[in-house]
Ligand binder design. Structure first.
Ligand SMILES: *[C@@H]1O[C@H](CO)[C@@H](O)[C@H](O)[C@H]1NC(C)=O
Length: 284
C-alpha cells in the first residue's frame, strides 16, 4: 500500500506523542527530588530507576516536585529482599502542616521467607487512626509490582497490580472530613523502625547484610497538578471512577484472604462504636 508522506506524518505524530509521554512519565530526574540520605538515594538508567538504601547510619528518601490535587498515581516498587526485618518502606501522598491530609502505603519488612505487612492509612485534617493491614498474594521482593492510589472527590482506592485492596469513601455526609482541599506531594522513604515494625518490635534489624535496598520504576500520574493556587489536569477520566463489579469482587477476595487488620472491625479499640465512616466502607 502507498502512503503519502503527509499521511505518514499524520500517522506518526500520535505515536511520537505517546512515546514522549511514556518516557517523560517515567523519568525520576524530571518528576522527583532526592531529599535525604546523603547519597543513599540514587537515580539510575537515565532516570528510569530510583533506588533507596538504608544502613546503620541512615535511611533515605525522595519526594515529587509537583503537588497534586486528585489523581490516579501508579508506581512500581520492588521491596528490600532477604532479611528485611525492622525496615519500613513508606510510599505515600501528604500535604503539609498540623491539619494535613495523607494517604499511606507502608511496607513492613520481615525475616527471609516470612511475609511483609502492607500497612495503609488515611488522614484527613490531621486525623488518622484508620489503619488496615494486609499480606500480599506474592513475594513483593522478587519482582516489581504496581502500587496505585486513585484519589478523586468521591473516594480513595488503594490497588496492587490493579486489584483494589482498600476503598475509603468520602463520608462528609456523616460528618467525617475528606481530603479534598489540600494538595499533596508524593513521598517515599526507607528507614529503620525495629522498635515497632516486625512482630511489634520483637525482631531487630540485622545490620550484617547492609545496605538494604528498595527500587522504584514506571511512575505514572494521571493527575491534577497544583501550582500557584490553581490546578491543571493532564487527564480526568479517573475523576468519577468507581469500582465495577469485578473490582468489588477482587476487593472482597483480598479482604477475605489477605486482610490482617481492619480498624473498622477492632471492637476493643472502639468500645463506644466504630468511627462513622466505617458504616459506609463495608468490606463484605
Ligand atoms: C512476619 O512474619 C510473622 C510470621 O509469619 C508474621 O506473624 C508477621 O505478621 C510478619 N510480618 C511482620 C511485619 O511482622
Amino acid at each position: 500500500m502507498m502512503v503519502s508522506s503527509s499521511s505518514l506524518v499524520a500517522l506518526l505524530i500520535p505515536v511520537l506523542i505517546i512515546s514522549f509521554m511514556q518516557t517523560s512519565a517515567a523519568n525520576f530526574y524530571q518528576d522527583f527530588d532526592v531529599t535525604w540520605g546523603d547519597g543513599r538515594a540514587k537515580i539510575l538508567n537515565n532516570g528510569e530507576l530510583l533506588t533507596l538504601s538504608l544502613d546503620k547510619i541512615s535511611g533515605s528518601g525522595f519526594q515529587s516536585k509537583n503537588e497534586y490535587l486528585f489523581g490516579k498515581i501508579d508506581m512500581q516498587l520492588k521491596l528490600v529482599p532477604g532479611n528485611s526485618a525492622g525496615t519500613v518502606t513508606a510510599y505515600y501522598l501528604s500535604s503539609q502542616g498540623p491539619t494535613h491530609d495523607e494517604i499511606d502505603f507502608e511496607f513492613l519488612g520481615n525475616l527471609s521467607g516470612d511475609p511483609y505487612i502492607l500497612h495503609t492509612n488515611v488522614f484527613s485534617q490531621g486525623k488518622g487512626n484508620r489503619e488496615q493491614q494486609f499480606y500480599l498474594w506474592f513475594d513483593p521482593t522478587a519482582d516489581f509490582h504496581t502500587y496505585s492510589i486513585l484519589w478523586n472527590p468521591q473516594r480513595i482506592i488503594f490497588s496492587v497490580d490493579d486489584t483494589p485492596i482498600r476503598e475509603f469513601k468520602n463520608s462528609e455526609s456523616v460528618g467525617v472530613s475528606y481530603p479534598k482541599n489540600q494538595a499533596m506531594r508524593i513521598y517515599s522513604s526507607l528507614w529503620n523502625a525495629d522498635d515497632w515494625a516486625t512482630r511489634g518490635g520483637l525482631v531487630k534489624t540485622d545490620w550484617s547484610h547492609v545496605p538494604f535496598t528498595a527500587s522504584y520504576r514506571n511512575f505514572n500520574a494521571q493527575a491534577c497538578v497544583w501550582s500557584s493556587g490553581s490546578s491543571s489536569c493532564n487527564s480526568n477520566s479517573w475523576l468519577n471512577e468507581e469500582m465495577d463489579v469485578t473490582s468489588q469482587e477482587r476487593l472482597k477476595w483480598v479482604h477475605k484472604n489477605y486482610m490482617i487488620y481492619n480498624y473498622c472491625a477492632d471492637s476493643k479499640r472502639f468500645p463506644q462504636g466504630y468511627p462513622p465512616e466505617c458504616a459506609l466502607n463495608t468490606t463484605s
